[in-house]
Ligand binder design. Structure first.
Ligand SMILES: Cc1ncc(C[n+]2csc(CCOP(=O)(O)OP(=O)(O)O)c2C)c(N)n1
Length: 352
């Protein structure tokens, strides 16, 4: 049930190796997907800068992982559910999350969890979103809906109990869920080879009795194709699939991580030419659909739009202590109220 070869449709130069596998999208649609990756890249670059300017507390960069995010998000149906972890900017934006909301999240505001319907909020506790995803998928099938849930996790996350339990439940209940493992080769400083002795992460599907496959996570066309097939199968009652998107985190783990402590610059440099925007751009330019001038202008437009979104977010006001507890529960529970009141006393200098 686990395919032996990694699916790659387009090589690192943007040349299509398997025309028979290219999904039937129009040129305009492929261009639209590429633009979504540029939007994610521009937003990601500006978010990293905003953190360095002290406007965000912390931020986990997505650079290099855009195809693994935009491909599946674009293959989803309008009513499908997205269950993210925390490094899926391209997917959130594609599914309609406002960039200002994402800014608010990393600035520490609870309002940053106000995502649109059918997109769960950012989940930092590793793996905990997986049982939620399977529960949502099971609920869809119990209710007789034909919606599919797409859930994201990182390579490190596959070592959690939640991940294994979720896969097992999904298999047992034939839940309409597609798991996307963004294997970006590192879990903070732990390289993929030290994460598990398993040869691939896709083979973790075997024990759950579900199909698993490795996909070149930097190949937008392959990511779209793999997700489209898995989503279609789930929608028709064929059950879950595990897709290991083989990609690379080109940036540090988070904006406060010194990544050269655990990996060589030369390794990062080796991966840089394989990144997803460059090759999709080559593909589009090869077909006469795009130019460097258009590319630069698009990036500049998305950068300006990102800065505008940040201004909008900051206009929501300064972070107030009550924002820490206001939005999670309808009624603030006693234990939180107690902590909040102690915090206010601390801010007022009454307690050490
Ligand atoms: C339960 C839990 N333990 C530890 C952490 C600290 N932590 C944050 S990110 C991370 C690594 C996650 O690695 P991976 O799943 O590969 O995702 P990536 O960060 O590479 O996207 C860890 C251990 C956490 N957020 N949650």
């Amino acid at each position: 049930m686990v395919s032996e070869e990694m699916l790659q449709i387009m090589d690192e130069r943007g040349t299509v190796l398997r025309p028979d596998l290219v999904p039937a999208l129009s040129d305009v649609e492929w261009l639209g997907l590429y633009k979504a990756m540029v939007r994610a890249r521009a937003a990601d670059d500006r978010l990293q800068e905003a953190q360095r300017e002290g406007r965000l507390l912390i931020y986990p960069p997505n650079t290099g992982q855009e195809a693994a995010q935009v491909g599946p998000a674009a293959a989803m149906g309008e009513r499908d559910w997205l269950v993210p972890s925390f490094r899926e900017l391209g997917a959130y934006l594609y599914r309609g999350v406002d960039l200002a909301t994402i800014f608010l999240y990393w600035a520490g505001f609870d309002l940053g969890s106000r995502f649109p319907e059918r997109v769960l909020p950012i989940t930092v506790p590793i793996g905990t979103q997986m049982p939620h995803a399977v529960g949502i998928a099971m609920a869809s099938s119990i209710k007789g809906e034909d919606t599919v849930t797409v859930a994201y996790i990182g390579d490190g996350g596959t070592s959690t109990g939640d991940f294994s339990e979720a896969l097992n439940f999904a298999g047992v209940f034939n839940a309409p869920v597609v798991f996307i493992v963004q294997n970006n080769q590192y879990s903070i400083s732990v390289p993929r080879l030290k994460q598990t002795r398993a040869e691939t992460l896709a083979q973790k599907a075997v024990a759950a009795g579900i199909p698993g496959m490795q996909v070149d996570g930097n190949d937008l066309i392959a990511m779209y194709a793999a997700a489209q097939q898995a989503i279609a199968r789930a929608r028709l009652g064929g059950g879950p699939t595990l897709i290991e998107a083989c990609t690379y985190r080109l940036s540090p783990h988070i904006t406060v991580d010194k990544h050269t402590r655990y990996r060589r610059e030369s390794e990062v440099a080796e991966w840089r030419p394989r990144e997803p925007l460059r090759r999709m751009k080559a593909y589009l330019m090869g077909r006469g659909l795009w130019s460097e001038e258009q590319d630069a202008a698009l990036y500049a437009d998305y950068s300006a739009a990102a800065l505008e979104a940040f201004r909008k977010a900051e206009a929501e006001g300064e972070l107030k202590p009550e924002d820490l507890v206001k939005h999670t529960y309808k009624e603030i529970p006693a234990h939180l109220r107690e902590q909040y009141e102690e915090y206010v006393r601390f801010l007022e200098g009454e307690v050490e």
